[in-house]
Design a protein around this ligand. Sequence first.
Ligand SMILES: [Zn+2]
Length: 201
Amino acid sequence: MMATTHALWGMALALPVLATAPEFAPVAFVAGFLGGLAPDLDLYTGHRKTLHYPIYGPIVVVPAVAVALLAPSAATVGLAVGLAAAALHAATDAAGGGLELRPWEAGSERAVYSHYHGRWLRPRRWVRYDGALEDLGLAGLAGGVLVAAGADPAAALAVALVAVSAVYTLFRKPLAALAEHLAGLAPPPVVPYLPERYREA
Ligand SMILES: [Zn+2]
């Protein structure tokens, strides 16, 4: 799924906080946004493995939420929402396409690495690839809920993220071709630093 979809769903996880303890909503929205994006910081070093924990992530969320409920503070609520957003990101990566330059070709059997199983989980392709129409639909759904909740500035950010998602969806396939072309132009000393799927291409 798109980074924007992950960010939007991470922010949507802050909505229960807005409903029950609105004083912590700002930190929860920020934590959900950052937690939703954070796993993909491993883009250049073991993508969908180093910072993706599709099984351990949700397990860690349970005590984090318990602590936030028992001792609510900006720190405990932020940590719980941030961890939940990162766990949701990793788990839902398995629902999307594989780790490849053109995931719509469905040639990869690697969706996300499970440290628990010690192997790659296969892509379910319920969302065919990042930037597919159904991906945009999921981004729009989370964005719509955030706007309906009316929690500015989170709602304004949600609108902007949905707009970016729409543009990305429109240009997803030409962007892949452009990225491949640019990777082909990279001087040899740079090549080892490109993501693996570009080196393969
Ligand atoms: Zn990811």
